[in-house]
Design a protein around this ligand. Sequence first.
Ligand SMILES: *[C@@H]1O[C@H](CO)[C@@H](O)[C@H](O)[C@H]1NC(C)=O
Ligand SMILES: *[C@@H]1O[C@H](CO)[C@@H](O)[C@H](O)[C@H]1NC(C)=O
Ligand SMILES: *[C@@H]1O[C@H](CO)[C@@H](O)[C@H](O)[C@H]1NC(C)=O
Ligand SMILES: *[C@@H]1O[C@H](CO)[C@@H](O)[C@H](O)[C@H]1NC(C)=O
Ligand SMILES: *[C@@H]1O[C@H](CO)[C@@H](O)[C@H](O)[C@H]1NC(C)=O
Length: 759
Amino acid sequence: KLNGHSLELNLPYTSFCISELLKLNRTSIFHSPFGFLDLHTMLLDEYQERLFVGGRDLVYSLNLERISDGYKEIHWPSTAVKIEECIMKGKDASDCANYVRVLHHYNRTHLLTCATGAFDPLFGYIHHAFFWFSFQDPLFYLESYRSEKIRGRCPFDPSSSFVSTLIGSELFTGLYSDYWARDSAIFRSLGRLTHIRTEHDDERLLKEPKFVGSYMIPDNEDRDDNKVYFFFTEKALEAENNVHTIYSRVGRLCVNDVGGQRTMVNKWTTFLKARLVCSVPGMNGIDTYFDELEDVFLLHTRDHKNPVIFGLFNTTSNIFRGHAICVYHMSSIRAAFNGPYAHKEGPEYHWSLYEGKVPYPRPGSCASKVNGGRYGTTRQYPDEAIGFAKNHPLMYQPIKPTHKKPILVKTDGKYNLKQLAVDRVEAEDGQYDVLFIGTDTGVVLKVITIYNQETESMEEVILEELQIFKDPVPIISMEISSKRQQLYIGSASAVAQVRFHHCDMYGSACADCCLARDPYCAWDGISCSRYYPTGTHAKRRFRRQDVRHGNAAQQCFGQQFVGDALDKTEERLAYGIENNSTLLECTPRSLQAKVVWFVQKGRETRKEEVKTDDRVVKMDLGLLFLRVHKSDAGTYFCQTVEHSFVHTVRKITLEVVEEDKVEEMFNKDHEEDRPHRMPCPVQSSFPQGVRPWYKEFLQLIGYSNFQRVEEYCEKVWCTDKKRKKLKMSPSKWKYANPQEKKVRSKPEHYRLPRHALHS
Ligand SMILES: *[C@@H]1O[C@H](CO)[C@@H](O)[C@H](O)[C@H]1NC(C)=O
Ligand SMILES: *[C@@H]1O[C@H](CO)[C@@H](O)[C@H](O)[C@H]1NC(C)=O
Ligand SMILES: *[C@@H]1O[C@H](CO)[C@@H](O)[C@H](O)[C@H]1NC(C)=O
Ligand SMILES: *[C@@H]1O[C@H](CO)[C@@H](O)[C@H](O)[C@H]1NC(C)=O
Ligand SMILES: *[C@@H]1O[C@H](CO)[C@@H](O)[C@H](O)[C@H]1NC(C)=O
């Protein structure tokens, strides 16, 4: 157990597979008509309602409302000559294509783009225009492009690390700028300011960096004081005894830096960096560090100077593998840059705290009015200040996360976390940051974390596990639209959209809705539906939601008789063939619920907890008897416990029959009232394309005559359907088997949890 963090497997409340999401109309998927996409970049345009996607030889403009409909495309391949040249130079044929790596809003009508052009970067503008008041088709075409001769705007290599941000007409990039991908640097180009970069081959500035993100974050109202922040990992120069150590960094520059006058000409004079720490405090003062930043997300708040920064990290230490998410406030980032510098006296010395005099203007500060207005540009900075900046790029203090620990830690090895997006929601009991985490297997986890002030610990609640892509492909890009309540998810070959929530899937009872603890959803007296904090007062009275504790007993007191009653327990009849195996099915809706089985035998009124052993096994799907004995016959109660809320989900009467009686049971006409009838699994619950599990189950128990079973069950089901049609009312819906009293009719979309199908 890491301090305050449970290492136990944390199950999601619900789990959806792709076919279910499609059926619910919660997701829509765009596949390139060319059959490939090789997605490299995505740009969200909420105003014009488009998602721009850059891939191999292609740029798409997708419809935000429904990305599978109404796309526009630009086909932009490299010329045959360029491709041939590229291959001749020894590059991999697959890399000798035109990979679109940048899409930015340039102005109202144009996107700026750059692409690798078979190792000969191309730079251009895409004209796009959407006509609000006419039915004219939106415009989308490549207006102009040229071979890029200016270094630092676009990488040559489709897979080298690259970030960029456009501020006004200035393009800031972090990249490997040369053909061989050896020259890593931060550049500014394109606009009216001088073309500027980090010093060549200065390992103190950047040492084999991997760029993760870059953003402009203003410090105050003075635009001359605006700064750009680069998030990256690199080999740590200060970890001298271990040359392979990787640290995460935040680097910072002034937007208006124009370099020095006599030295550092056209080089950044304001570049500083600090270590970004995400660690778990250990028992004996030894912390566990998550050092490799994989993704960063800026959650914008009303205060545009203070976005909340979420970092997704991994660790590849020899001891264990894992992922963590840490949160940073701008105040701690600024504090590190305003703090002491790190200093290295000479080659033999270590990096240590600099305690000497700091020149004026303070290195790293911008030429702005808030800094006294004495210098109009960095060219006027005294040589002493510039010289100091050159030798002291590293800050001494690291940047620590909020609460000095991660908000989420995953070390179970079940997922590799790759991408992160965050939505801030108002719930009945406060504000929550919902994390959407993309994994390397096409899954998105929807998680909230709750901080307990008293115990200083974090509780993580996995609300949903969404299998977005059919194949277990890595998620490589995510964009979020809070306005639309949609997440846009890119893999190498497809782009999917998925709605943040689908409240009625949590069930049709108040308790189910409350136990889900989803801040988007609340019990409204009739169903589990979208929670709106701004609802009218009268309406709010009936909203039942408790995200923090999921206390359904309290929230739903008096609610049991509204809608579908929770108190009701499904009753079933099951048969076991003596000395053969049998399964008592019971899968709680919530995967987090703990299941306890009780049995009542013969005439006894006392219920006993079922003892499990080699013969009787508790599984995700239910209680499995590997060899059922006559003495096992009885009434079984499947009880779930969740947040101390106890619920008897199912009551199953198990009858044990001898093998030679089985055939007899199948042969009996099911219209007749007979004591022994073979039950069938409930139909209509299988998502399309999923093989009905009962076949697997029958295989498991060794019953070989599938066709016989199928025919029989089909007969029973068809009869059921006919009856349903005739009677219309599900409450009067009688079962083919008069003994099988089914209290709670299943809604059409009821589903088995995905894991149940694979157990
Ligand atoms: C699915 O959702 C889209 C919009 O998100 C809507 O236009 C469409 O009608 C819906 N389809 C169904 C079958 O509900
Ligand atoms: C946007 O930029 C493009 C490319 O420089 C230019 O041709 C176009 O006129 C600009 N449009 C507006 C509205 O400024
Ligand atoms: C950890 O993150 C780095 C990116 O910083 C990535 O290159 C590496 O593959 C990740 N490792 C694992 C095990 O996910
Ligand atoms: C079941 O197995 C037990 C012990 O192996 C045996 O005594 C009994 O006759 C078997 N019953 C049937 C119906 O095969
Ligand atoms: C279970 O029943 C099936 C079908 O009646 C039979 O083929 C199989 O051998 C039985 N298994 C055991 C362990 O008795």
